[in-house]
Design a protein around this ligand. Sequence first.
Ligand code: MF3
Ligand code: CO
Ligand code: CO
Length: 292
Amino acid sequence: MKKFMGVFVFMDHKFLFLDSYDRLNLHYQRKISVMLKPRQTQDPLNLEEIKIMTKSCRIAADTLNYLTKYIKAGITTNDIDEMANDYMKTQGAISACLNYHGYPKYTCISVNDMICHGVPDNTVLKDGDILNVDVTALYKGFFGDTSRMYKIGKVSAEAEKICLVAEQARMTGIESITPNGFTGDIGFEVNKYVTRQGYTTVKEIGGHGIGRIFHTDPFIPSIGKKGKGERLKPFYCITVEPMVNQGEEDIEEMDIPGSTVKAYKTTDGLLSAQYEHTVLITDKGYEILTLS
Ligand code: MF3
Ligand code: CO
Ligand code: CO
């Protein structure tokens, strides 16, 4: 990576000193401005709000569990999308994705070389496919966001491996969280782990603050430097959702008709995998709210 000295920039009504990693993250955040443009800052959650947030996250995680027995060869990604919506409704929640910046479906389903924001359609799943299902529930005004990979029938050793690496990348990132730590701590550990396994991380898209707002600051990167980036604060929630590519880290952006949300796939057609948790930062460490 090219090195450059830090600079002062005027941002958020104050001068901030940004080093190369901060600037890198800022650059990436701008590319996904749709998701993170409004720097709407939340207040820390009180006990009552943590209870609701916990429930919203529980519903999202249970939706992923519920889907497991139905996801098999022969069904379409639309079928999965409908089932996820039906289940969330039985739990008193709604999908946060539908109509979000014009997004047309209840969930995001990204098959094989799709990195994220795959739009469910009439694609029939077949033996050997791997797919990410990303569910965000909205319950009593709070967002719970989680995703995981599913495998159809017998998948290749490569497909098995990338799923394992993506799941462990999420865990490695979460384990680096400390109260008052930094977003760069997470990015550092994620990128170190993933590259040592022979895979690449997606730099442009990452995790986010979440709570009463679906996507808010801070941006949670999949590359970073310890002690750099934005500070993590107790009693705020973030998502940790690293995207892992088998080959090139580059991403190809695709339009979603009627929406300002973009879908992304690998440029080389090789596999990509992702796991996502919503995590509460506490005064002692963290709590994963979307265990499934
Ligand atoms: N759930 C996705 C995330 O992890 C965001 C999906 S936004 C949508 O942040 F509009 F595409 F649904
Ligand atoms: Co998500
Ligand atoms: Co998310």
